[in-house]
Design a protein around this ligand. Structure first.
Ligand SMILES: C[S@@+](CC[C@H](N)C(=O)[O-])C[C@H]1O[C@@H](n2cnc3c(N)ncnc32)[C@H](O)[C@@H]1O
Length: 267
C-alpha cells in the first residue's frame, strides 16, 4: 500500500474502531504521535503498524495515550490568571451559585488552579463556586481525582503555586510531591467528556478551554467552540489558550473582553 493510503488506513481504523476522531486533528500532530508508537513497537511503516494495531486492545490503549497531549501546569500563563481572577470576582459578586468548567483539563491542574484561586482571593466567595473538570483521557482523569503532583527537573510546582498568597493552605507537601488538600479536591468534580463527540453541557458561567485548539484542524474548531458556546449561560465567560483564536464564523457569538488574554463573553 502507498504511504498515504497506509496512513489513511491507520487513521480510519483509529477513528472507526477505537473511537478517537483522528479526522479532526492536524496530520503533522497525528504523524508525530504515530511515529512514537511505531518506534516503540518496531513497526517499519504504517502497514506494519496497522498489522500490530488491528484487534490489539493493549496497543489501542497505548496509542490513545500517545494521542493525548497532556502538557499542563498550575497557573499556566500567570497573566491570564490575573484576568481569570477578575472574572471570578465579577461572578462572585453577581451570583448565588457559580458553575465553572475546565474543558480538556488534562490531569486536573487547571481546575484545581481555578478552585484554589477562588478560595485564595478575598474578593471571591468560594462557597458559591462549583468546579468541573473534563477530559477524554482516563489516566489523566484518575490522576486528577487523586490530586497529587510531583516536581521534576523541568517542572517546579512550588514556583507555579506561588501565584497564590499561601499555597500551603490548599496543598499538602511532602518533599517533591504536592497533594491537593481534601477541601480543594471536594470543590472539583471530574468526568469524562469528549468535546468532539459528546453533547454540550449547559448552565456554565465560565468555561476555560485552553491548549486543545492548537492541535485541532481549523474546520473542526468551530463545532467544538459551538459545543462550548451552547454550554454557557447567556453572558457566560470563555477563556481559550493564549496562542489560540476564535474562528471567524463564531466571532459574532462572543464579545472580546481581553483580546490579549483571550477572555470572551457570550453575546
Ligand atoms: C495540552 S492539554 C491542555 C490542558 C489544560 N487545559 C492546560 O491548558 O494546561 C490538552 C488536553 O486535551 C485533551 N483532549 C484532546 N482531545 C480532546 C477531546 N476531543 N475532548 C476533550 N479533551 C480532549 C487531552 O487529553 C489533553 O489532556
Amino acid at each position: 500500500m502507498s504511504g498515504d493510503a497506509a496512513y489513511e488506513r491507520v487513521t480510519a481504523y483509529v477513528e472507526d474502531e477505537i473511537g478517537f476522531a483522528t479526522s479532526h486533528y492536524n496530520d503533522s500532530y497525528l504523524q508525530r504521535r504515530l511515529a512514537s508508537r511505531m518506534r516503540r513497537t518496531g513497526a517499519a511503516d504504517y502497514d506494519e503498524y496497522f498489522e500490530i494495531l488491528a484487534g490489539n486492545e493493549e496497543e489501542a490503549q497505548a496509542l490513545l495515550d500517545a494521542f493525548s497531549i497532556n502538557v499542563t501546569g498550575f497557573f499556566r500563563n500567570p497573566d491570564v490568571w490575573e484576568g481569570i481572577r477578575g472574572v471570578l470576582r465579577d461572578l462572585s459578586a453577581e451570583n448565588e451559585h457559580v458553575y465553572v468548567w475546565s474543558a480538556a483539563c488534562a490531569d486536573g491542574r487547571e481546575p484545581y488552579s481555578l478552585a484554589m484561586l477562588a478560595m485564595d482571593d478575598p474578593r471571591v466567595d468560594a462557597e458559591k463556586f462549583h468546579f468541573y473538570g473534563t477530559d477524554i483521557n482516563d489516566e489523566s482523569l484518575a490522576t486528577a481525582q487523586y490530586g497529587e503532583y510531583s516536581s521534576s527537573r523541568t517542572v517546579d510546582i512550588e514556583e507555579q503555586l506561588s501565584f497564590l498568597s499561601n499555597f500551603h493552605a490548599y496543598v499538602e507537601r511532602d518533599e517533591d510531591s504536592f497533594r491537593m488538600r481534601e477541601g480543594v479536591r471536594r470543590k472539583v468534580t471530574f468526568a469524562k467528556h469528549d468535546l468532539i463527540n459528546d453533547d454540550p453541557k449547559s448552565g456554565f458561567d465560565l468555561v476555560v478551554c485552553r491548549n486543545l485548539f492548537i492541535y485541532i484542524d481549523n474546520e473542526y474548531k468551530q463545532p467544538i467552540l459551538r459545543t462550548i458556546a451552547d454550554s454557557l449561560k447567556p453572558s457566560g465567560y470563555l477563556v481559550i489558550g493564549k496562542a489560540e483564536t476564535i474562528p471567524p464564523q463564531l466571532k459574532s457569538a462572543f464579545e472580546v473582553l481581553d483580546g490579549r488574554l483571550r477572555i470572551y463573553r457570550r453575546d
